[in-house]
Design a protein around this ligand. Sequence first.
Ligand SMILES: Cc1cc2nc3c(=O)[nH]c(=O)nc-3n(C[C@H](O)[C@H](O)[C@H](O)COP(=O)(O)OP(=O)(O)OC[C@H]3O[C@@H](n4cnc5c(N)ncnc54)[C@H](O)[C@@H]3O)c2cc1C
Length: 289
Amino acid sequence: MSFGSPYVTLPDFTYHRPTTIEEVLKILKEHGDEAKVMGGGVGLLAFMKERLMSPSHVIDIKGVKELGGADYVPGRGLRIGASVTIAELCQNDLIQDKFTVLHEALSRVADQMIRGRATLVGNLCEAIPWVDSPPALISLDATVEVVGPGGRRKVPVASFIKGPVDIDLGPEEMVASVEVPDVSGMRSTFEKFTSGSEFSLASIAVTLQSQGRKRTARVVYGAVNSTPVRCQEVEQVLEQETSRASIRRAADTAADKVECMSDVLASSDYRKHLVKVVTTKALGRLLQK
Ligand SMILES: Cc1cc2nc3c(=O)[nH]c(=O)nc-3n(C[C@H](O)[C@H](O)[C@H](O)COP(=O)(O)OP(=O)(O)OC[C@H]3O[C@@H](n4cnc5c(N)ncnc54)[C@H](O)[C@@H]3O)c2cc1C
């Protein structure tokens, strides 16, 4: 990942490796804006090399035991600690079976080497429009657990991401975990389109839950605008009908309703076309399940 800067070395910084959340918070309190929490470091160190971020204190949280582990409690759901890598989550059978959309999104992140270091929470906190985990987490109605001097607070992922590289997190706070509520009778899937590089130009996360004759859908698009876009009109199509004909109706509705941005990677018109493509592909797969 390069933004064209000539820098290849890291700027000077003090490296911290605390073993408790309290220690992390103490370092954040001491250094405020000058400090950055590091999960896998994949994004942070790249940004530092590019001089897009220059924290003088880097807090590596991999040694904090409380931030490890992905635990599922029936009826309550899944809690994923901030230091859990994307690779660990990809290997988790329960996530694959029960929270398929998250499994499929994480399996499509970069390559094996990056997934082996990068964390789900780091991917979320990076809040770059094209990263893969936020649409999947929003489609699962996930929340972020934030800890700071004021204690713990829970924030829905949908409002945690405020804009590109902008999250609902104070300088003295960190993310401890992501929580996904439990559901039964849910089918879900993720699809993304890239033009050959790591940059996704459009992605979609869909969850479809059936309780008796009632169906609830959540459809979230990534990489098409500065933050993930939920499309309730497409959700309504899927809640009414899940026949092959509804796939076309959903894709047309998405192309009509989803607001797409133009940037150096793609025009809004092209993204609208891709929204149609990823919707057709994802729903084609989901409705066959
Ligand atoms: C070559 C390449 C290809 C890539 N391809 C993809 C791709 O296909 N799909 C995709 O989604 N992403 C992709 N990425 C992005 C990559 O997945 C992210 O950089 C990575 O997931 C970030 O996770 P991390 O744990 O390394 O975070 P870090 O680099 O450690 O941190 C990223 C940001 O989050 C903050 N942060 C991390 N943890 C916490 C915490 N617990 N509390 C508060 N703030 C925190 C950091 O301070 C920093 O600002 C790619 C990156 C590269 C370099």
